[in-house]
Design a binder for this molecule. Structure first.
Ligand code: SAM
Length: 255
């Protein structure tokens, strides 16, 4: 029986074989990689990844799709975790001491931001991540200070990862086609992120970007006096979207 894509699970299945092969080339799977795919769906990427891998893990929420995957792939080669990637403990995946996880996925767009934040806590266990996301979200992830797209997502993720937009993918590559362009992003965890408490950084950044049109001093008035900003080397008169990561970290370390 044909699977009817479920909107609530963000199901837009990749069907364009050229795009699929391009994505696999960018991921460049190697035998022995500890690969995990989030949201394998009908297995379009999974099948191609398994051409290079002896075994891999997948995390899929939709039970009907899990049943299909169980029928399609051998359990020796595909280890299926039925569950929600938003709460999944990626540290439970058994890997040799000298290895790190490679996480990939054409992600459900409706949960992409919380999922990226959930994954950030596993960054020390991760070699790299390759994700298909809305192009606009990838643009925000990689945005530099001074650009319109620069905001909370850019700062919080650039603190932990080096990132690049690798490929733009049009709606026609999917069934059903999404409303917007998509893009593949590569995320490589930074080995030693600038020392800072994640919750404090999040608090400063969220507060700073809550009123983008105001100058920084006014945005963060509830957290810092003007002198605190000056002592941290931050100009109180600038707009939050011009403040680089290092300055947000300096502020978080003063909280
Ligand atoms: N990888 C497939 C492809 O490229 O054709 C499917 C991608 S589709 C955009 C997103 C997939 O993520 C679907 O299979 C959906 O069921 C699954 N999914 C949605 N929410 C999820 C969640 N919270 N945890 C794990 N998988 C989820």
């Amino acid at each position: 029986m044909k699977h009817i894509p479920r909107k609530r699970f963000g199901q837009n299945f990749l069907t364009d074989q050229t795009v699929l092969h391009d994505i696999i080339s960018l991921i460049a799977p190697k035998p022995g990689d500890a690969m995990v795919e989030i949201g394998p769906g009908l297995g379009a990427m999974t099948r191609l990844l398994l051409e290079s891998l002896a075994q891999m893990h997948v995390v899929e929420l939709d039970r009907d799709l899990v049943t299909r995957l169980q029928k399609t792939f051998s359990p020796d080669r595909l280890i299926i975790h039925q569950g929600d990637a938003l709460t999944f403990d990626f540290a439970q995946i058994p890997i040799p001491d000298d290895q790190k996880l490679r996480i990939v996925g054409n992600l459900p767009y409706n949960i992409s931001t919380p999922l990226l934040f959930h994954l950030a806590q596993f960054a020390p266990l991760v070699q790299d991540q390759h994700f298909m996301l809305q192009k606009e979200v990838v643009e925000r992830m990689v945005a530099e200070p001074g650009s319109k797209a620069y905001g909370r997502l850019s700062v919080m993720l650039q603190w932990r990862y080096r990132m690049g937009l690798l490929l733009v993918v049009p709606p026609t590559a999917f069934n059903p086609p999404p409303q917007v362009d998509s893009a593949i992003v590569r995320m490589i965890p930074i080995e030693q992120p600038l020392a800072c408490d994640a919750a404090k950084l999040e608090q400063v950044v969220t507060t700073a970007f809550s009123q983008r049109r105001k100058v920084l001093r006014n945005c963060v008035a509830g957290l810092f006096a003007e002198n605190d900003l000056i002592d941290a080397g931050v100009d109180p008169q600038v707009r939050p979207e011009t403040v680089p990561l290092e300055q947000f970290v300096a502020l978080a370390n003063r909280l």
